[in-house]
Write a protein that binds this ligand. Structure first.
Ligand code: AHR
Length: 782
């Protein structure tokens, strides 16, 4: 029996804001997703900057019908200079249904029989006539199921109509046809379901927003990760970084922008709507702004021009919190929200790496803190859990007095068990941790369960104040990134196991940590079947081009330090034709590889695979993605964890002397004699039980996670808390295969068991089944 004793302590950690959500428009999470707009490319602003396959007519097709039509994109006298393109429908030979169709996102426009859809567009004719314009929802067989007609003038004007189809169809097209000869111009063609989340105009898709509300997140981080900082520093340019001022005000004046995930963002779901969403789901807003630096393309605003970025931050706080008589508070009020949005947190930068970020962070942070000392400013430690950028980010955050530091990582599920206690040694006095993006690779029950175990320590670690799983949404037809918490297609959405775990923790967070002493603490069940060293095959490989390896020597060393085997291997070139060259198989605990590597053609570097056994292998990648890093990674069952990163840019036609040393599970890697990596592969040793206890005025919340294949008897004593409750409400997730996953193709329900467990003499006694996660809610006054 595992015994856990609750102890009350003074000044216990505040947990109230701990679990939030992170929204980014990737996987078409906003346009084509949460944002209710059903017309794709409504303003004809798609272009090859967004995606090489795009044109201003993407998602639009001419429809000759019984006549003949030409489509032309024009820019003279547009509705808004911010979105200058619009469509000219040139009717050459008039006829029935002669015009243009919009094909919507994915397979078409979904609409339900009898429901109302709000259609609107801007239109004008070249010449005044008494001929009509018709708008119809047509099914694939060409039949119209809803329609409306308009007479338009020769001046831009907005026209609106209700469309209510007589048939449910997920694959409608919207047909706009014109009677008579000559040109008809259209722009900002829009179709929204009347039923949006909370009935808001320009609103959000109901089923998706409701799934967010159901989580009860403490905060919402928006508008994204890489989306925020990847782009031109010039806010006027189509490929600019996400600049919040572009995303507010009249829809027509929000300039459409490149979305770095390979598509276009309308910005129809902008900062104002994000703030509203926060209010509607009861989450604190946590916006993130770019810091005048794009780490993906090495663009940095010169320090003497940073005022624009500083001002963006100051104005955002005023937009959120200012009274209606302030400049930006007035704009918020005019948009329909007089009351402030109560901004408490502000992120500066997403996953910044390199020396250019810290001074830019500091200058923005100082200006904001001077005017708004209460606001909590969040810095960044980059996209790695360890290494040079992580250390740089943390050191500078401390020096520049960030309130919190945003850490990000995506790892193998095992990593979350191996590193469950990661934050227990972080200092309580701050800067505090904002774990702004994390996930184990996958949406199976195993992923969710291991994340749950990890989360119990997020709760207990004094330094961790905020955490959010990432990413949130994925459209099944537009996958940029997986895993994701919520999956959707054009009509329905499903939640993952990870969602269920997040919900379990969010519904049972409390606002204060209660200290516990557990008899299981530190006790592990060693399940690690991997050896206590890194044996196995070694391969030399390449990244994107061609690498020449020379002076390759592989040495194995005995326990007494003597060399047992030293092998000189033939020089080789590795590229797409041979992919990888095997150079041997290691048996010893201690070994060393030295070699020279030269990158011959493109700009990316080298890959050395080592320690390859059945389910595991390691990779030393130098100059990988975007050629900015050297990284040592461990792959378990094909899921990779970056153990350590160090910044480097690999030059072409340049010799690099590489040394890789393994001693037991410790790994050291040198480039040109300089130690780049000093890391280790940790044993997979799950603890007997993961648990945490929190409280608020009304309840105690006890959460426990069992990642083992046997059940655990648990007794929790609440005696020390003064609580004399008789029963606890239990929510238990159990009985799911570890590889169970909820997909559209193979639905799987992660439904929890709900019940009541009696307390005996202030003791909560229960059995945690194998592979289970549970929360017990105990009312203080019963
Ligand atoms: O969550 C997906 C991406 O992962 C984010 O945009 C970025 O911050 C991280 O690299």
């Amino acid at each position: 029996m595992i015994t856990i004793t609750a102890e009350k302590k003074e000044n216990a950690k505040y947990t109230g804001d701990l679990y939030g959500i992170f929204f980014e428009d990737l996987n078409h999470a906003a346009d084509g997703g949460l944002y209710g707009e059903l017309i794709r490319n409504r303003a004809f602003e798609f272009c090859p900057t967004d995606n090489p396959s795009y044109t201003h007519l993407t998602a639009w097709k001419k429809n000759d019908g019984e006549g003949e039509v030409n489509l032309v994109i024009e820019t003279g006298s547009p509705v808004s200079q911010k979105n200058p393109h619009y469509l000219g429908i040139d009717i050459i030979a008039p006829g029935e249904n002669t015009g243009v169709i919009n094909t919507g996102y994915s397979k078409g426009i979904p609409a339900e029989a009898g429901k109302i859809y709000d259609f609107s567009f801007y239109a004008r004719r070249e010449q005044m006539t008494d001929k009509k314009i018709k708008v119809q929802l047509v099914s694939k067989d060409g039949k119209a199921h809803a329609q409306s007609e308009f007479f338009i003038t020769d001046r831009w004007q907005k026209y609106e109509a209700e469309l209510s189809p007589d048939k449910t169809d997920d694959e409608y097209n919207l047909l706009i046809s014109a009677e008579g000869r000559g040109k008809v111009y259209i722009d900002f063609v829009s179709l929204f379901p009347r039923e949006t989340f909370n009935g808001r105009k320009n609103g959000l898709r109901k089923d998706l927003a409701e799934k967010l509300k159901e989580l009860k997140p403490a905060f919402l981080r928006f508008p994204g990760g890489c989306l925020v900082h990847d782009g031109s520093l010039n806010s006027e340019e189509h490929d600019s970084q996400y600049r919040w001022k572009n995303s507010i005000g009249r829809i027509e004046d929000r300039p459409s922008r490149r979305n770095n995930w390979g598509y276009n963002q309308s910005l129809g779901l902008g900062f104002y709507e994000y703030f509203l969403l926060c209010e509607d789901i009861g989450a604190k807003p946590l916006p993130v702004l770019p810091a005048g630096y794009d780490p993906h393309h090495f663009r940095a605003c010169s320090m003497d021009k940073m005022q624009e970025f500083i001002q963006d931050a100051l104005d955002l706080v005023e937009f959120a919190n200012g009274t209606p008589d302030t400049t930006w508070g007035k704009i918020r009020t005019e948009m329909g929200h007089e009351k402030p949005f109560n901004l408490e947190y502000l992120g500066i930068g997403n996953e910044e790496v390199g020396e250019d970020f810290p001074p830019r962070f500091k200058i923005i942070r100082d200006a904001v803190k001077e005017k708004y000392p209460e606001l909590k400013i969040i810095g960044s430690s980059g996209p790695f859990a360890e290494g040079s950028e992580f250390e740089l980010g943390w050191n500078k955050a401390k020096e520049f007095k960030a309130d919190l530091v945003d850490e990000h990582y995506y790892m193998a599920p095992e990593w979350f068990i191996e590193n469950a206690r990661r934050y227990m040694n972080y200092k309580a006095e701050g800067p505090h941790v904002f774990l702004g993006e994390y996930a184990s690779w996958g949406n199976t029950w195993k992923n969710a369960l291991y994340e749950a175990a990890f989360m119990t320590f997020l709760e207990k670690a004094p330094a961790v104040h905020l955490a959010c799983y990432a990413p949130l949404f994925c459209h099944t037809d537009y996958v940029n990134w997986k895993p994701d918490m919520i999956w959707f297609n054009s009509t329905s959405s499903i939640t993952s196991a990870n969602y269920e775990i997040q919900k379990l923790f969010m519904h049972n967070t409390g606002d204060t940590l209660v200290n516990t002493v557990s008899s299981a603490d530190g006790k592990t069940l060693l399940k690690d079947e991997s050896p206590d060293s890194i044996p196995g095959k070694i391969y030399l490989s390449f990244n994107t081009a061609s690498v020449f390896y020379s002076d390759i020597i592989l040495t194995e060393i005995k326990d007494d330090g003597k060399i047992s085997r030293s092998k000189k291997i033939k020089d080789c070139t590795v590229n797409a034709s041979n992919r990888k060259v095997s150079i041997g198989k290691i048996k010893s605990k201690k070994w060393k590889l030295t070699l020279n590597a030269k990158e011959l053609s493109a700009k990316q570097g080298f890959r050395i695979y080592f320690g390859e056994t059945k389910n595991r292998r390691f990779l030393w990648e130098i100059g990988g993605w975007q050629n900015q890093d050297s990284a040592v990674c461990e792959e378990i069952n094909g899921k990779s964890s970056c153990l350590h990163q160090h910044r480097i840019i690999v030059q072409r036609n340049t010799d690099y002397k590489l040394t890789l040393e393994c001693d037991g599970k410790k790994i050291k890697a040198y480039i040109n004699g300089v130690l780049f990596h000093d890391t280790e592969s940790k044993p997979f040793a799950p603890e007997l039980l993961y648990q945490s206890l929190t409280e608020d005025d009304e309840y105690f919340y006890f959460k426990s996670v069992n990642v083992l294949e046997s059940g655990q008897e648990v007794s929790v004593s609440l005696e020390g808390t003064g609580c004399s409750a008789a029963a606890a409400e239990m929510t238990l997730y159990e009985g799911f295969p570890m590889d169970a996953e909820n997909t559209f193709e193979k639905p799987f329900s992660f439904k929890p068991k709900k019940g009541t467990v009696s307390l005996k003499d202030n003791h909560l006694i229960f059995t945690m089944p194998a592979f289970s996660a549970a929360a017990f809610k105990i009312k203080k006054q019963q």
